[in-house]
Design a protein around this ligand. Structure first.
Ligand code: SAM
Length: 286
């Protein structure tokens, strides 16, 4: 039986219809499942945190490869099927909770007493892709890597080089904390129900230390956020609107840092944002 038939049968048997509110698009493409597992580079020394296991398609493969798989699933309707499929595996654990509310730091630390690495693997629910990725990065979790399926357009924004085309504030966080790469393109026909847009799998390898060291990390990210709130405006105007100084003092700063006075925030590199944040952090408190 192929994965499409198997998925349809499981859905019928457990009376499951995909719930849009939970971003449910179930994988039915064996090649993509294998591609995700391969990109995650899993061994028996690893604990995998799978966000949103759904019917357990990816989980079944993860359980064969990993020392332990901790699934975090919000939808109660998935619990019976996950239990029935995997209760015989002693390396399977299921947490029925919103991933955004789980104390991941504690979960990871506990598991690192028994395993070498913790890796996140998921076909993410699209409606909360950004909050999940930001939580994983900003909580400074002791993770080795994050391998996730996201919408194609989002994937491109995440792996784009800061200062490149079509970036977002999140692009800077990704490059600050990780080495990102696009792994595989995934057509929308790889899921049921089939979403409107294509997807991509990305792999984020966590850096031991952030790529750069701004004097004041909070200020650094605050400036990036403000620059991207009005990304079509010049950087200097967004800084004035954000109360980082008057035009004259900010022009003096950009001149001293050798940054074009007319540049838009979205064209800045990670290092240029660092220079600005470091300069402003020595001027006054923001
Ligand atoms: N892993 C399955 C697959 O690939 O076929 C399902 C992926 S589906 C795109 C996203 C899954 O995330 C669904 O099972 C959904 O119920 C679950 N989910 C949605 N919001 C969640 C949240 N806040 N916390 C944990 N799981 C969530």
């Amino acid at each position: 039986m192929d994965l499409i038939q198997e998925t349809k049968l499981m859905m019928k048997k457990y009376h499951i219809t995909a719930n849009k509110n939970f971003g449910q698009n179930f994988l039915i493409d064996e090649t993509v499942v294998n591609g995700i597992v391969e990109a995650a580079d899993i061994s028996k020394d690893d604990v995998i945190i799978e966000i949103g296991p759904g019917l357990g398609t990816l989980t079944a493969h993860l359980l064969e490869k990993a020392g332990k798989v901790i699934c975090i699933e919000l939808d109660k309707k998935m619990l019976d099927i996950l239990h029935d499929r995997f209760y015989l595996y002693d390396n399977f654990e299921l947490i029925n909770q919103d991933v955004l509310k789980v104390d991941l730091a504690n979960l990871i630390q506990t598991n690192l007493s028994f395993f070498q690495h913790v890796k996140v693997v998921a076909n993410l629910p699209y409606y909360i892709t950004t909050p999940i990725i930001m939580k994983l990065l900003e909580s400074k979790l002791n993770l080795k890597s994050i391998t996730v399926m996201v919408q194609k357009e989002v994937a491109e924004r995440l792996v784009e080089i800061p200062g490149g085309k079509n970036t977002g504030a999140i692009t800077y966080s990704i490059h600050y904390y990780t080495n990102p790469k696009l792994v595989i393109p995934v057509p929308n026909t790889s899921f049921i129900p089939s979403p409107k847009v294509d997807s991509s799998v990305i792999h984020l390898e966590l850096l031991q230390d952030p790529r750069i060291k701004p004097l004041d990390e909070e200020l650094f990210f605050k400036i990036i956020k403000i620059a991207f709130l009005q990304k079509r405006k010049t950087l200097i105007n967004t800084l004035i609107n954000g109360n980082f100084g008057d035009r004259a003092s900010l022009e003096k700063m950009l001149g001293a840092l050798q940054i074009d006075l007319k540049i838009r925030g979205e064209k800045l590199t990670l290092e240029q944002f660092q220079k600005i944040a470091d300069y402003l952090s020595t001027q006054s408190s923001f």
